[in-house]
Design a protein around this ligand. Structure first.
Ligand code: FMN
Length: 222
């Protein structure tokens, strides 16, 4: 198999767009979420984010990486600062294209909901809009922002206040079936993948480690 090897210098010398594509893709599949916010003056806003991450379960915290743009104001960020709230809504196969185009740099006051054919819904008297099409809706209170010095991005952290999802996407232990939701994964900045659950394993304990070493010996590799 022919391979590509890039060292630090090669990466720095790669043409800008190609480098951006490679580095955006190299972290593998990321989750696809729409972040909903609102502002008194400009109304509702929604944008796609591939960097939503688990920060901790007690307290229940999620975060996402915000890339500040020096040329364009970032509505998501200014709305979160203004209201203190935002929503995270899973993206499903049925509306990936609409979700993707929420990344368009619209003018202030133009709602991505309207422009992209998505619908906002207001639930639980929550101060930020949810995406009606999304079957997993999470309402969060902004709790902290962390400046990432290496590149000027920010980790925005929110504490879950509200959570809504279909009953049948959770099993009796509380494990989520993302495939039953037709959730999607994002590769790079513009490719969408469908999800299939291929395995689940128990909590990994030393005492219950499968016989990997014996298997390696059997296969003559150890
Ligand atoms: C697939 C995809 C994933 C994205 N992920 C992020 C992300 O994690 N962080 C970010 O700051 N911008 C991300 N963007 C860019 C935002 O969606 C885009 O800048 C959007 O205009 C932000 O909206 P706002 O100005 O209303 O906040 C992503 C764009 C796409 C197409």
């Amino acid at each position: 198999m022919s391979m590509i090897h890039l060292n630090k210098i090669d990466i720095e010398n790669t043409p800008k767009v190609r480098r951006l594509n490679i580095i955006n893709g190299i972290s593998g599949i990321k989750s696809a979420n729409l972040i909903g916010t609102s502002s008194k003056k400009y109304g509702s806003n929604v944008a796609i984010f591939s960097s939503v991450m688990h920060v901790g379960s007690d307290p229940a915290l999620l975060g996402f990486i915000l890339r500040p743009d020096n040329d364009v104001p970032r509505n998501t960020y200014s709305n979160i600062l203004e209201t203190g709230y935002f929503t995270i809504n899973h993206v499903h196969e049925s509306f990936i294209e609409k979700a993707h185009y929420t990344s368009t740099k619209f003018e202030y006051g133009e709602s991505e909901f309207e422009k992209c054919g998505l619908h906002e819904v207001h639930l639980f008297e929550f101060p930020a809009p949810f995406v009606e099409e999304s079957r997993v809706k999470i309402g969060l209170k902004f709790v902290e922002e962390v400046d990432i010095k290496s590149n000027g991005t920010k980790l925005i952290i929110g504490k879950i206040q509200e959570l809504q999802m279909p009953q049948d996407c959770l099993d009796d232990k509380g494990y989520m079936r993302l495939d039953r939701l037709y959730d999607v994964g994002i590769g790079g900045l513009n490719s969408y993948y469908s999800l299939r659950r291929i395995a689940t394993f128990p909590y990994a304990r030393v005492s219950e480690l499968p016989e990997f070493q014996a298997l390696e010996k059997e296969q003559g590799r150890a």
